[in-house]
Every structure is written in C-alpha cells, then in structure tokens.
Design a protein. Structure first.
Ligand code: ATP
Ligand code: FE2
Length: 331
C-alpha cells in the first residue's frame, strides 16, 4: 500500500506539519515560529504556542497537500532531542491523531531528519554532513550503522551564538539572517578567538570577545563579518578533516544556519578541494519543519520500525549517534 505520512515537528520554537509520499514527494510543509519581541525562547511559552497553533497548522498541511485526514497512512513525530514541554505537546498531538485515524506511529530523531531530508533533496547516498542550527553544531558521517558525530561544539551551538550576539545588538530572534545581511556590508576583519580542539569547536570564547569588541565602537558590518568568518572557518577546518578521514565523496550542509550563503560558499570550496560533491538544503527545508520528520518516518517505517502509543515517551536528550539506522546498509 502506498504511504502518505504526516510528519509533526515541535522540538523547540517552531511547530511544523508536512505531508510526504513514499516516493519522496513533499506534498506540503507548513510551519510557524514563535518569535518574541524581545529576549529568548521560554520552553513553556513555546509549548503553549505548539498546543495553540498545532491543530490549525496540521489542518493547513492536509489542505495544501490536497488530502483529507483519512488519506494519511502513517504519523511521524519529532521524539527528540529538544525541549521537554515542546516535545510533549507535539507527541500528544501525534498520539491522538494516530489513535483517532487508526494508523501506525513512528518516533523520529530530529537531527537524523535534518540529514535525511538533505539526502532526499540532493540524492546523496553517504555524505559528510555539516548540521548547523540554533541548538546543534555537528559534523556527522555514517559508519557502522549509525550517524557518528565526528566533531561538534563543546559549548554553545553556532546558531545560538549568532542569536545571543544579535540580542546584544538589539536584533530580533532569530538573529542569523540580520547578521548575514550586516556581514555582507563588512570588509575589515577584526581578530576573534578561533577555537578548534581536535575535531571539536568552541563558540563561547568568541561570543564573549565579540561582545567586548562591540563596546569599542567597531562598525557593526565589520563585526558581523568577523564573527561569520571566524565561526565558519572553524567549521570548515573540522569538516575538511572529516572529509579527508572518511574519504566520502559528498558533503551536505543542513539545519537552520545552512540558510547562510557565506557558509555555503566556504564549505563548497572545501568540498571542491577534495573532489566531493556539495549540496546545501534549500531554505524551505533548512530549518525545523514537518516534511523532514515525515520523510524520515517513511524510511523508518519501511525498514520495520513501529512505536506503540504506550511506549511513545519523548527523548529530550536523544543524541544523533544513539539510534541504529536500520534503513541504510552501506557499511
Ligand atoms: P535544532 O533543534 O536542530 O537545533 P533550531 O531549533 O535551532 O534547530 P532551525 O530552524 O534549524 O531551528 O535553526 C534556527 C537557527 O538558524 C537560528 O539560530 C537562526 O539564527 C539560524 N539562521 C537562520 N537563518 C540564518 C542565516 N541566514 N544565517 C545564519 N544563521 C541563520
Ligand atoms: Fe532543527
């Protein structure tokens, strides 16, 4: 029987619903992001946002896909990692829909979904993945049945670093896009702490230094330019080492920060030096959305994965490399 999967995503500040077919066709992908006027995201406020907006977003995803509830044959939801209250609000919607529609349920790892949607879009089979977002910064490659983390941040994620710096500058959350715009106008490089330790990166030192520089009346475009060049350079170094080590011929850039064109340009250069193909996920599939959950749900379900409602508790600390990837047999 052909599968039509509704994927529900709600690990952090965004709630999304997407419908994907087992042919990998994205039939709809609707989301809404909580963006407070000031300050960061409070988990309870975000979960309330999901409970309030979720039903309408799901209904819209069905309408845009041109289907009714009874055309859904599978429900996938983001089981983790993420903020506990947000995950629980999302899981509750997924469970009640699965019970009502009498269709199976699968729980998807959010980070794995960012990789799989990139593979669907690019046709890549086995990339080195640079996954960059507000909560994660990881260089990942598949080995021994799991997505192994070759390198990651030792402290804050790259997107979080950009958002916190932006908040200092009075920019609205999320600040990544505004910093990118400013950086395009900058040209002078101010030195910031460049911190690569083995295969890992660290962003908290450069955040502190950038905030200090900001008080020295350095033009904002130059400061944003310097932040981007330093932060992206660190990632490029780790990615390059992962490519050289694994000898994989594909490089994938995914996650919300993948929307940054300068980062794509730098990593494309790294991939080219190693004769690897390169792909950046397109903006609608870069951030948190339901289509990536739906597609990964289809892959898991097809490989035999099932999750009973009774067992469908959420996993706030579920790491990328903690899941057996049953649908890939490469190694
Ligand atoms: P995850 O749960 O995977 O960590 P997330 O909750 O942070 O994801 P995403 O939508 O994947 O959500 O990523 C959001 C991040 O992407 C924010 O930190 C935002 O500032 C950043 N971002 C968005 N656009 C850009 C851009 N053009 N340049 C840099 N960063 C960007
Ligand atoms: Fe994400």
């Amino acid at each position: 029987m052909p599968l039509t999967c509704l994927g529900i995503e709600g690990t952090a500040h965004s709630f999304g619903a997407g419908v994907v077919s087992d042919q990998g066709k994205v039939l709809s992908n609707v989301w809404d992001m909580l963006s407070p006027q000031e300050g960061g995201i409070h988990p309870r406020e975000a979960s309330r946002h999901h409970s309030d907006k979720g039903p309408d977003i799901i209904a819209k995803a069905l309408t845009e896909a041109g289907i009714g509830p009874h055309d859904i044959t599978l429900i996938a939801f983001s089981r983790g990692p993420g903020l506990g209250p947000c995950l629980r609000a999302t899981a509750t919607m997924a469970r009640s829909l699965a019970l009502k529609l009498e269709v199976p349920l699968v729980g998807v790892n959010h980070c794995v979904a960012h990789i799989e949607i990139g593979c669907l879009e690019s046709g890549f089979k086995d990339p080195v993945t640079v996954y960059v977002s507000g909560g994660n910064t990881q260089v990942i490659a598949f080995a021994g049945n799991r997505f192994r983390t070759f390198g990651e941040t030792l402290d804050i994620a790259i997107g979080n670093m950009l958002d916190v710096f932006g908040r200092t500058m009075g920019m609205r959350f999320p600040a990544g896009p505004a910093i990118e715009q400013e950086a395009m106008k900058g040209h002078r490089y101010y030195s910031l702490p460049y911190s690569v330790k083995g295969m890992d990166v660290s962003y908290s030192g450069m955040l502190t230094a950038a905030r200090r520089l900001q008080t020295e009346h350095i033009p904002l475009p130059d400061l944003c330019f310097s932040i981007q060049e330093t932060a992206f350079g660190m990632l490029a170094e780790v990615a390059e080492r992962a490519i050289a080590h694994t000898k994989k011929g594909e490089v994938l850039l995914t996650g919300g920060v993948a929307r940054n064109r300068r980062l794509g340009e730098i990593l494309a250069g790294v991939a080219a030096r190693h004769n690897a193909r390169f792909h950046t996920v397109t903006p609608p599939l870069a951030g948190d959305q339901g289509a990536m959950i739906a597609w990964t749900g289809i892959l898991q379900y097809t490989a035999g994965d099932r999750l009973s409602v009774a067992e469908s508790y959420v996993l706030p600390k579920w790491r990328t490399d903690e899941q057996d990837i049953t649908w890939r047999n490469l190694s």
